[in-house]
Every structure is written in structure tokens, then in C-alpha cells.
Design a protein around this ligand. Sequence first.
Ligand SMILES: C[S@@+](CC[C@H](N)C(=O)[O-])C[C@H]1O[C@@H](n2cnc3c(N)ncnc32)[C@H](O)[C@@H]1O
Length: 294
Amino acid sequence: MTPDKWAQWLLSRRDGDDADLRARHAADLAAFRDGVLDRAALAADDVLLDVGCGTGLIGFGALDRLGPDGRVVFSDISPDVLDVCRRTADGDGRCRFVVAPADDLAGIADASVDVVTTRSVLIYSERKADAFAEFFRVLRPGGRISLFEPVNGFAARLRPDDLFGTGDSPVNDLIAKVGDVYRGTTGEATRPMTDFDERDLLDWAVTAGFEAVELDYRAQIDVPAGPVGDWETLKRAAPNPLVPTYGEAVAAALTVDERERLDAYMTALVAAGTPTRRTMASAFLRARRPHRER
Ligand SMILES: C[S@@+](CC[C@H](N)C(=O)[O-])C[C@H]1O[C@@H](n2cnc3c(N)ncnc32)[C@H](O)[C@@H]1O
């Protein structure tokens, strides 16, 4: 059976099934994982719930930090990614697996976990405030949330047509047409990815009842980054699970002549090792459920 869109993206469409691209993502992913887990201030016997666990980036990172009495609850909306985690856990008795959306963590009892983590999950939820309320409900008094989310509205507003970080270039017109495919065909599906910012994250945490709310925001505009990487590989990759690959979007947007012009430009750019420019924003947030309710 074909895995669902979440598993497909995490397992292959994120990096076009390419080892080099996978390795390039791995460094960023490790930094996100460590940023979330460092802020979670784990104790060896904590019970940690990772919401939207995917293939287990945060959950297995947590297991490495917990002791023999610690436990990790892997939860996700996708049964297929939970199957991947179950296989990776390979019978480790400290793991439990729960299919649930972030905004309705049925199956997780009230006040039953010490830490809730989540990474790049709320961006897909239509009901982010409800998700914060659920995090609060399942945490024991004194329990912590630690999360990371990209703030995608930032780049969407500032650099809507700089899909590949190539900045001002002779193929601006073509890249804008490819961008139109993403905006046109996936606008409604991807709206939750751009309809919030760091202030909303703070508001939702406070409204849910959390205290000691701390947010670390990082914004980058046109900051030199790594080279594009192999263009044919990049075309097999998709920027997120809800949208076509870059190659599919190029095919839908451009005529044959236009495609040849884009391919020629991007291939030359890659051959020259030209650095890209990164425009993005993201936030780590941590907070605590009060020991005593106000
Ligand atoms: C970008 S992946 C991140 C996976 C993992 N947290 C990580 O850091 O690698 C997004 C994950 O969120 C899950 N997801 C999407 N919408 C969700 C929702 N409403 N509730 C819970 N999980 C969701 C997907 O199945 C996918 O595993």
C-alpha cells in the first residue's frame, strides 16, 4: 500500500530520495531537535509526549536523553508514520504510540505527561489554539511544553517569488510562474502554514493557561546559505507534504522553452557553486503549566 502523504514526504519527497540532500537537511534537523529538547529540561524519568512525531526526530532524541524509567508517547495524525516509529523502536518498552490530531489528543489522559514537544506540526493544524489547550490538559501541573515552528508567513510576505533562494535573477519571471502554481493549486490547503506568526504562538500559550512563556524568534533576510545543490535532485523534492514537487510545479507552470531556460540557468548556478540566500523566520517556544491553577 502507498504510504500516506505525511509518510511519503518524510521518507522520500522531502529530499527527492537523494542521500546528499538528506545529509544537508540532517544538520538543520539536528539543530531543531536539540533546540526543542534543550528547552524541555528533561529529567531522567519524565514522560514525554511528542505531538506530530513524524518518523521520530524528537521522540528518539528524547529517548537518548531519558533514563530507563523515562517514557515517550509518540503521537501523530498519520498511522503510517507511527508504523515507522514502531519499527524503529523495535520493542523498546519505554515507547507508546497514539494516533491523534494535535487539537484532540484523545487517548492521552488529563495531567498524565511531564513534557509535551512538537516540531513543525502546528503549521498544518487549522485549530492551533485548541492544540495548545490540549497540551495544557495532558500536562501535569508543573509540566512543560517545548516546541519549534517555522513562521512561514514571513518569507511568503517578503520574498514570495524567491523559491530557490536565487535572489534577483534573469529567471525571476519563470520562478514567479512556478510560485503561482503553489499559490493557485494549494492555497487553501496550505493556508494554516502561513496564517500565524510568533505573536500568535505567544497568545495561544498564554490563553491556554501557561506561565513562564519564553519565545526565541529568529528571522533571516537574504542571508548567504549553501549552494542550491543538484538541480535535477531538487526538482524531485517538495517543500512540504501538501504540495507538488518542484519538478511537478515547473512542468505545470512553464512551456518547454521556458523549462529549458530555467534548467540551463539553474544547472549553471549549481555548477558554479553559487550560494543561495535564505529568507525565513522560526520560533522556539517553551512554557510551563502552573503548579497551582490561578
Ligand atoms: C513536518 S512533519 C514533522 C515531523 C516531526 N515532528 C519532525 O520533527 O520530524 C509534520 C508531522 O505532523 C503530522 N501532522 C500533520 N497534521 C497534524 C495534526 N493536525 N495533528 C497531529 N499531527 C499532524 C504529520 O503527519 C507529520 O508527521
